[in-house]
Design a protein around this ligand. Sequence first.
Ligand code: GMT
Length: 377
Amino acid sequence: MKKATIGIVCYPTPGGSGVIATELGKSLARLGHKVHFITHGLPARLDTFNENLFFHKVEPGDYPVFQQFTPYSLSLAVKIREVAMQYDLDIVHSHYAIPYATSAFLAKEMLKTAGRELKSITTLHGTDITLVGLMPSFHEITRFSIGVSDGITAVSQFLAKETIEAFKIDKPIQVIHNFVDCNEFSPALDGSVRRRYARGEERLIVHVSNFRKVKNIPVVVEVFARVREVTPCRLLLVGDGPEREAIERIVDERNLCPHVEFLGDREFISDILPAGDLFVLPSEHESFGLAALEAMSCAMPVVASNIGGLHEVIEDGETGFLFDPHDAEAMSAIIIELFADEARRKGIGLRARERAKRDFGKDKIIGQYVEYYESIL
Ligand code: GMT
């Protein structure tokens, strides 16, 4: 594809959609495309210098009459238009439909009045379709804004199907899975990080998320408590969000504080993950499960819920295990088995890493995005 100029609109916070958007942008810049991030804050993983990378901060205009309802979507549309005019954007790529697909549409329409064309692509990530987009106050605008995008991608077959069913979208939706840099997310070379969290024979169970209700973290704690009754282990909880206080309370009530570490939001997850022996993700919704993929890339078996796109990531019994999201008994039973059989645990971990490399390696998936851009342009 000839070198393009691409605007990327995303949440700058450490969630999966922002991570995918940022890593995609960084890779495109390395391939020689010009990439302009347009967001209200510096994206969490925009941590490298490249002369092809640009960041444009959206300043939401404030006025007392708005009270707490500052119309950010409008300021964003204005900024997309401005960047498109100034840098001659070919494409604006929105990550998460709400409200970004709508802002992109407004920018496109404004540009039309100046005789400029801008292609828009919307990548659907998860709760924009499975939760938020279904709310009555968002459903129709989400359906409309996805429908008027020039290109639509979804991070799993599951999510593409959900979108077609829930929003009656009749345009093709290209499935482009999440990806991982298997060099960055790789097994630990020595046990130094691990020794900071686990003593002697203790096993380390890890969970990474944005601590929202859908992540079902009480089940992580329940599973951990059951495993601890049989095998000495500790729990590392990485991330932060609205449920954190509630989880801290549960951990305290169960007298588990000395065995559970809350690490909060961490920039360098790839330094922490390889310390773990096993990853738990019992989400109630998960369109793909990027955190599970990153753990697999570090050769960790993942015990997750049998819902959504997790079926496309983890082959049950081969590269991890899938259970009903509330079946703490079954999840803890398999973890106890794996902790008692190191060869089996390691074998599953290595197969998980192979799968991450083969099917979800960064270069392969970035290639799919580049091909898709080409088809839209
Ligand atoms: O939909 C969300 O919860 C937001 C989003 C995020 O920014 O964290 O997460 C989703 O996007 C990730 C990247 O594509 C997926 O790997 C996650 O599975 C997905 N989360 C859910 O579906 C709950």
